[in-house]
Design a protein. Structure first.
Length: 245
């Protein structure tokens, strides 16, 4: 499944900078299909400047006279909203939206529709949506910048589609050191503590157990373990030099 099945539709955006920033947000998350409905100013230098490298997304953007044209060929349409509607509408959280979108994209193209910066989508435009998505936030100040809203939903789409598109989501976590390496470190640490007289092997009390708990809690990684082993070796060399002189 390809993210090319996802359209980001901006209805009557008034600030060209928001168009460019939205394009940048899309490219960050591997989205390419941008559709604009009656933008006030496009193409525009401000859009290009704010795109910051997402020029290709802007260059391929399609401009339409009506929302109907922008939605042509779509199997599922979701609109964004920051407020309650008089008539209840199926409303999803961003995470729920991404999961449902993934299922609908198996059958065809989908569209995510963003309204005007100041007033959002009209009721008539909402009527063309199968569901709404609301980004939770401060109840007394719930209005998001257009490009910020695009970034949040684009991120959720990317996470939701990751398995289908074969994307790897890096957590940034590094595996902790192995049990064997930790045991060698603890043996080395105990040896040095005895050599410098900090640990009495005949009366060790709970010192090594407490040190084990301390280091185990920190989740030592290989590079960190190597640094500690290097410090212990330097201490041993210094102690040997001191005794020899």
């Amino acid at each position: 499944m390809s993210l090319s099945k996802v359209r980001i539709v901006l209805v009557c955006p008034s600030h060209p900078g928001n168009i460019g920033a939205s394009a940048r947000a899309m490219k960050n998350m591997s989205l390419q299909r941008l559709d604009l409905v009656r933008p006030d100013k496009f193409p525009h230098a401000d859009a290009l400047a704010r795109a910051s490298g997402a020029d290709d997304v802007l260059a391929s953007a399609r401009v339409h006279d009506t929302l109907e044209q922008a939605l042509e060929g779509c199997r599922w349409v979701v609109g964004t909203t920051a407020r309650e509607r008089t008539i209840g509408w199926p409303t999803l959280s961003p995470r729920e939206f991404a999961q449902v979108a993934r299922e609908h994209a198996k059958d065809g193209e989908i569209a995510v529709v963003f309204g005007r910066e100041r007033t959002g989508l009209t009721n008539e435009e909402v009527d063309r949506c199968h569901a709404l998505v609301r980004i939770p936030g401060n109840a007394s100040y719930s209005s998001l910048n257009l490009a910020s809203a695009v970034q949040i939903l684009a991120y959720e789409i990317f996470l939701g589609f990751a398995e289908e598109i074969g994307a790897t989501i890096e957590s940034g976590a590094v595996a902790p050191s192995s049990h064997e390496d930790l045991e060698r470190f603890y043996a080395h640490l105990e040896q040095v503590l005895v050599e410098i007289g900090f640990l009495d092997p005949d009366n060790p009390r709970q010192l090594m157990r407490r040190l084990r708990r301390l280091f185990n809690r920190s989740g030592l990684q290989d590079n960190e373990l190597n640094i500690l082993r290097g410090i212990l070796t330097a201490v041993q060399q210094t102690e040997y030099w001191r005794r020899s002189n």
